[in-house]
Design a binder for this molecule. Structure first.
Ligand code: ASP
Length: 436
């Protein structure tokens, strides 16, 4: 995926231009939000956010989403077929899952610990609580309905991963797990048929993969303007009042996520993989900005794959195998956020969570982070399930919905950075296995 962008040859790299889009979008949006008085002035700002900035951002987002299904399918089939045997697949799959579950549980534990220490729920007045909950009751109901449509957690949750109709799964962005399952099975089946017959199909998939990579290149040309639009639309319309009343919660969640992104993950990278913080952050700059502005692991998937292969020397079959799984199943930031939010809402509701209940929260956070869709707000429906499991009224999610976008942007960064590190970790062990 080489850059064909003329601006780059003029010296300003793509990540730098995207960063400029991010910072100017945030500053301009916030400034107009804070300084333009309510009334016609503020209405005009909202008009610009809805009719100019948001559409520009959505065009960028859709260009990314557009390639997710063909990219997940082609890269996973090629990845599995490229591994050659069930033995290799088992070893790689085992390691990948070990990373997913281990880091996600660790992240959820950090979230819970933080809330226990900072107790952001205790200072919230009943009056603010009622006011915010009434304001977001409608949104909360939508999430509860989505959770109910998923029929909660049971054996069917696992059965439903196997798609009845692959085209139905492919056309629903909350059912990427179905596409993943299908691709894994196709990849395994390919290793079982004579190799002269699978070549044509694998060549075709290689071409599809290359085409997706090219489309990503086109999308990234739009990234500086797209990112500006997305961030401006969020900050210009940010409910500053809601932010202020829930300040302690937002600060706890965001600082926990930033701590995870800038301290915990670099420590994993250094001690488990041998990647220095400098190499890590130079390599993941574009990745972090894309995740932050899109709030979506799926939309960031093409960038995560490109980053792993080009900046961290992860072999293509390993990146092709780990990344699509990671985008849907590995969500460290989401688990941390769930830990923080469940305990915060329990504190506000006056529900005492025993140590045993907190361990249940960690386990549920891991499971629901695996089941959450890698789209903006993808974890909110499942969060309501965790709340009801531990006796916190699920409607209370209304309290945090108004501030969720900013927390979502922050949690998507560790979600994708952990996917990248997982692939580098698996690659390191595969090299060791090959030489040893
Ligand atoms: N937006 C997150 C992601 O795509 C999912 C979530 O936590 O809502 O990774």
């Amino acid at each position: 995926m080489e850059s064909t962008n003329p601006a780059e040859s003029r010296g300003l790299s793509l990540p730098s231009r995207i960063l400029i889009g991010l910072v100017t979008g945030a500053i301009l949006g916030l400034a107009l939000n804070v300084w333009v008085p309510e009334g016609p002035g503020q209405d005009r700002v909202i008009w610009w956010a809805d009719n100019v900035a948001k559409p520009a951002g959505d065009i960028f987002l859709r260009m990314l989403f557009m390639v997710v299904v063909p990219l997940v399918f082609s890269s996973l089939v090629l990845g599995v077929a490229g591994l050659g045997s069930m033995n290799n697949l088992g070893r790689l799959g085992g390691r990948t899952l070990m990373w997913f579950v281990g880091t996600t549980a660790f992240a959820a534990t950090i979230g819970l610990t933080l809330v226990n220490v900072m107790a952001p729920g205790e200072g919230l007045s009943a009056e603010v609580r009622e006011q915010v909950m009434t304001q977001f009751a409608g949104d909360a109901q939508t999430r509860l309905d989505q959770a109910a449509a998923g029929t909660g957690f049971s054996i069917h949750t696992f059965v439903n991963i196997i798609p009845r109709n692959i085209f139905a799964s492919a056309s629903n962005e909350r059912e990427t797990l179905g596409v993943i399952f299908f691709a894994l099975i196709v990849g395994i089946a390919i290793t079982r048929i004579p190799s002269d017959r699978d070549r044509v199909f694998l060549d075709l998939l290689e071409t599809i993969y290359e085409i997706c990579a090219k489309i990503l290149g086109f999308a990234m040309w739009l990234a500086p303007v797209g990112v500006f639009g997305l961030v401006f639309a969020v900050t210009a319309k940010l409910g500053i009042d809601v932010m202020r009343s829930l300040g302690a919660y937002v600060v706890t969640a965001v600082s926990g996520l930033l701590f995870y992104q800038f301290v915990v993950l670099p420590a994993f990278a250094y001690f488990l993989i041998g990647i220095t913080p400098k190499k890590l952050f130079t390599g993941v700059r574009a990745l972090m900005i894309t995740a932050f502005s899109t709030s979506s692991s799926n939309a960031t998937l093409p960038t995560t794959m490109k980053t792993a292969i080009e900046n961290f020397d992860v072999p293509k079959p390993i990146a092709g195998f780990v990344m699509p799984l990671g985008a849907t199943m590995n969500m460290n930031g989401t688990a941390l956020f769930e830990g923080v939010t469940v305990l915060f809402l329990a504190q506000v509701a006056g529900v005492e969570l025993s140590l045993g209940s907190q361990v249940i929260v960690i386990m549920m956070a891991v499971l629901t982070a695996i089941g959450s869709a890698g789209v903006p707000g993808g974890s909110l429906p499942l969060l309501t399930i965790v709340l009801s499991q531990v006796g916190v009224p699920p409607e209370m999610i209304a309290l945090v919905i108004g501030t969720d976008r900013i927390v979502d942007m922050t949690r998507t960064m560790p979600n994708v950075t952990s996917d990248l590190l997982c692939s580098a970790w698996v690659a390191k062990h595969e090299r060791r296995h090959a030489t040893g």
